[in-house]
Design a protein around this ligand. Structure first.
Ligand SMILES: *Cc1c(COP(=O)(O)O)cnc(C)c1O
Length: 382
């Protein structure tokens, strides 16, 4: 690149800023301990995974063979035979959610999309783009969907083929919607298995639950029809990306033949990122199953450490089962801004990602929250 000195300096100062903030994030679920330097040389090529990796594309510089491996890995993880599944590496969790909703809408064009209040904000966008009727369902205090309310709303809409957007780890509190209860209740209403669609938004927890001893039901074996995970969250990636897996039979309904690249294309984008495919491939091959288990265990222990420490200081912190998201009362703006915390209503959270190898950053934040709480209490007693 032929940059002026001023522009080079600008990049240098952004570089310093990034270095300084590299491991800072404690309010967002982004892993920061990845190393993809062995892939840097591929940035010399204009790679592109346009279309379906199952097809022979005319565009030579693709990483389809790696994408196939990645999808093999995730079909295993989410308990669906590889040949019965289809999916791809997306631009992020949102695209995967959109893909799931798109499949569902093609199956049941006039049905309503049900999701809880605690659902990620992107679902509203998706429903709008796909012009789907939608219905917001109440949630319980821990962030799970209120199944009673879900069923009531399906009944009052006289919906024969509901589309349910289930949270497998909500953004704010890591709550997992009770998928077996939802299915039981649908069965009791005489809505047969082929007459509803169940999408799982597993942006963060999709890469946690497969590695814990007692996961909540969330896989294809538990009746899920599609599942979306973010690649830049638990796995970690310098570029946002994700993975979506669906049932092959549903995907084949939406195939479009594209003459000029001589490939079928079921994906949402046209040109697709082939570099992030290589990153996901490297990530899944960098750790064995038991190493992933260890990574996740460490995060879970760290989360429990934070809950205990906050509770000992009289702060009502909590977390959901199998979640690394620690919820506590929203501190003053000065604190949540300083620590870049995500806040929502009266709550804030911290997330114990794998790059928190020591308790240092977590301790720092907790101390600040404790002092802040004391000050708030003192203020309120005057
Ligand atoms: C982060 C998140 C998303 C969005 O994922 P992106 O990868 O940012 O598009 C969707 N759902 C939940 C529950 C999330 O936490």
């Amino acid at each position: 690149m032929n940059l002026s000195i001023a522009n080079k300096e600008r990049l240098n100062s952004f570089w310093s800023y990034c270095l300084q903030h590299q491991h800072f994030n404690i309010g967002y679920p982004e892993s920061a301990d990845f190393d993809y330097s062995s892939l840097y040389r591929f940035f010399n090529f204009s790679l592109n995974n346009c279309g379906d990796w199952r097809e022979l594309s005319n565009y030579a510089l693709n990483s389809f063979e790696f994408e196939e491996d990645v999808m093999h890995y995730f079909s295993n993880l989410f308990k669906i035979p590889f040949q019965d599944s289809w999916g791809y590496v997306t631009n992020g969790g949102t695209e995967g959610n959109m893909f799931g909703c798109y499949l569902a809408r093609e199956l049941f064009p006039n049905s309503t999309l049900y999701y809880s209040k605690e659902t990620h904000y992107s679902v509203t966008k998706i429903a709008k783009l796909l012009r789907m009727k939608s219905c917001i369902v109440d949630s319980l205090d821990n962030g799970e969907i209120n199944t009673d309310d879900l069923i009531l709303k399906i009944i009052s809409n006289k919906d024969k083929q509901p589309i349910i957007f289930a949270n497998v780890g909500t953004t704010m509190s890591g709550a997992v919607d009770n998928i077996s209860d939802i299915q039981l209740r649908l069965r009791q209403m005489n809505i047969k298995r082929h007459n509803y669609y169940l999408h799982a938004d597993a942006a963060l927890s999709g890469m946690i639950l497969p590695f814990v001893d007692t996961p909540q039901p969330f896989t294809f074996a538990d009746g899920i029809d599609s599942i979306s995970v973010s690649g830049h969250k638990m796995i970690g990636s310098p570029i946002p990306c994700g993975i979506v897996v669906a049932r092959c039979e549903n995907v084949d309904r939406i195939s479009v033949d594209v003459d000029y690249i001589s490939a079928r294309d079921q994906t949402i984008s046209g040109s697709r990122n082939a570099h992030s495919v290589l990153m996901m491939w490297c990530a899944i091959h960098s750790y064995s199953h038991s190493e992933w288990q260890q990574r996740i265990q460490t995060c879970l222990k760290m989360a429990q450490y934070a809950v205990d420490k906050l509770q000992r200081a009289g702060i009502s912190a909590w977390r959901n089962p199998n979640s690394i998201t620690v919820v506590f009362p929203r501190p003053s703006e000065e604190v949540w801004r300083r620590y870049h915390l995500a806040v929502s209503g009266s709550l804030a959270h911290l997330i114990t990602m794998p790059h928190h190898k020591t308790t240092q950053k977590i301790d720092e934040l907790i101390e600040a929250v404790i002092i802040d709480q004391k000050e708030l209490l003192e203020l309120s007693t005057y």
